[in-house]
Design a protein around this ligand. Structure first.
Ligand SMILES: Nc1ncnc2c1ncn2[C@@H]1O[C@H](COP(=O)(O)OP(=O)(O)OP(=O)(O)O)[C@@H](O)[C@H]1O
Ligand SMILES: [Mg+2]
Length: 308
C-alpha cells in the first residue's frame, strides 16, 4: 500500500540542561503535527547514539541547548543527508555562541550591549576594569533559558557570578546591563512576526519567570509606536540573515529609556510549546500552532527534494 502521510521523527529531550523544556517542546510539536495529518514518532534523545524509526521522511528538531541547538546534531543530520527543520549546522553554531554571534552583529552594524569575553581560566575582572559601569550581566556564551545568567549590581558579586556562568561554559560574557523594557521577535520564513513585550511581574526574566505560568505577562502585539515596532521587526530579520538562519529564529532585545534598541541574542530553536513566545507571535499573525509546525516540516521536505 502506498503511504501518503509524511512521516516525521520528532527529536526531543537531549542531554543539555534544557532537557525538561525540550521534552515539552517535543511533545507539543508532535501533537500538533499529528493533528495536521502527519505520522509522528517521538524520539527521546538521551545520548549521541539515537536511532531513527524506519521510514522517516523528515526530522523535526525539538532539542534546545548543547548538542541539539549548537550545530552538532545538525552536522550529523547533514552528513546522513536527512532533511531536518530549522537552521543548518553552521548557523546554529554561530547563533548558539553569544561571543561569536555578538561579534557578527557588531560587524554588521547591529547594536548589541558592549562587554568583555573571558576565556579559559581568565580571572573575573574588577569592576573598575570593565569598559562600562555596573550593573553588569554575566552569562555563559553557550547556554539558554537564562541558566547561569546573573545580574551583578555590586563589585563584590562579580567573581561568584563568573564562577556560576563557568559551570555552563568556559567562555563567559560580562555585558553592560541595559535598563528598560524587553522584547522578542520571531522570524518565520523570511518574515518577522509581531513583536512581543516581556514583562516579568517580579525581578527579571530568569528561568523561574520564563517557565512558571503567571509569573510573566506577555503583550502581543507589543504596545509600541508603529515605527518602533517596525524597527524591532527589521532588526530581528537582519539578525536572522546576518547569522545565516533558515526558516525560523527568535531574537531577544532590550529597549532603554533613550529609545536605543540592543540585540541580546538569536535562538535558532526557540521554545515551541503552544504557550511559548514564537507560537504566541505566530498565533497573533493568524498562524495556528499545527500550521506553524507543519510549515517547518514542509520547508525541510522541500529542501530535501531539491538536494536529492
Ligand atoms: N545586557 C543585558 N541587559 C539587561 N538584561 C539582560 C542583558 N542580558 C541578558 N539579560 C536578561 O537575561 C535574560 C537571558 O539572557 P539571554 O537572552 O542573553 O540568555 P539565554 O539564556 O540564552 O536566553 P534564552 O532562554 O532566550 O535562550 C534576558 O531575557 C534578559 O532578561
Ligand atoms: Mg534569550
Amino acid at each position: 500500500m502506498k503511504r501518503t502521510e509524511i512521516q516525521v521523527a520528532v527529536l526531543k529531550g537531549g542531554f543539555s540542561r534544557e532537557r525538561a523544556v525540550s521534552l515539552r517542546t517535543g511533545a507539543a510539536a508532535a501533537a500538533a503535527l499529528r493533528s495536521s495529518g502527519c505520522r509522528v514518532e517521538e524520539v527521546d534523545v538521551r545520548h549521541r547514539r539515537w536511532r531513527l524509526p524506519a521510514g522517516t521522511d523528515v526530522v523535526f528538531v525539538a532539542l534546545h541547548g548543547a548538542y541539539g541547538e549548537d550545530g552538532e546534531l545538525q552536522d550529523t543530520l547533514e552528513k546522513r543527508g536527512l532533511p531536518f527543520t530549522g537552521s543548518d549546522a553552521a548557523a546554529c553554531r554561530r547563533a548558539f555562541d553569544k561571543a561569536a554571534s555578538k561579534a557578527r552583529f557588531r560587524e554588521a552594524g547591529l547594536a548589541t550591549p558592549e562587554g568583555i569575553v573571558l576565556r579559559g581560566r581568565e580571572k573575573a575582572p574588577k569592576a573598575e576594569e570593565l569598559p562600562f559601569s555596573l550593573p553588569a550581566v554575566v552569562k555563559p556564551a553557550r547556554e539558554g533559558s537564562s541558566l547561569g545568567v546573573r545580574i551583578v549590581r555590586a563589585a563584590s558579586e562579580l567573581p561568584t557570578a563568573v564562577q556560576i556562568a563557568r559551570r555552563s561554559d568556559e567562555i563567559v560574557l560580562v555585558e553592560r546591563y541595559i535598563p528598560g523594557r524587553e522584547f522578542t521577535v520571531g522570524v518565520l520564513g523570511e518574515k518577522a512576526l509581531p513583536v512581543i513585550e516581556i514583562c516579568p511581574k517580579n525581578g527579571w526574566y530568569d528561568y523561574r519567570n520564563k517557565y512558571t505560568v503567571g509569573n510573566t505577562e506577555y503583550r502581543v502585539p507589543a504596545p509600541l509606536r508603529w515605527n518602533l515596532r517596525k524597527k524591532i521587526q527589521n532588526f530581528g530579520l537582519r539578525a536572522h540573515q546576518v547569522l545565516g538562519c533558515r526558516d525560523i529564529s527568535r531574537a531577544d532585545f532590550r529597549l532603554d529609556e533613550t529609545g536605543e534598541i540592543y540585540l541580546l541574542e538569536v535562538n535558532t530553536i526557540p521554545g515551541m510549546t503552544k504557550t511559548s513566545l514564537l507560537p504566541k507571535a505566530a498565533a497573533a499573525a493568524g498562524i495556528a500552532f499545527p500550521k506553524l509546525c507543519r510549515t517547518l516540516v514542509e520547508c525541510a521536505l522541500n529542501r530535501g527534494k531539491i538536494l536529492s
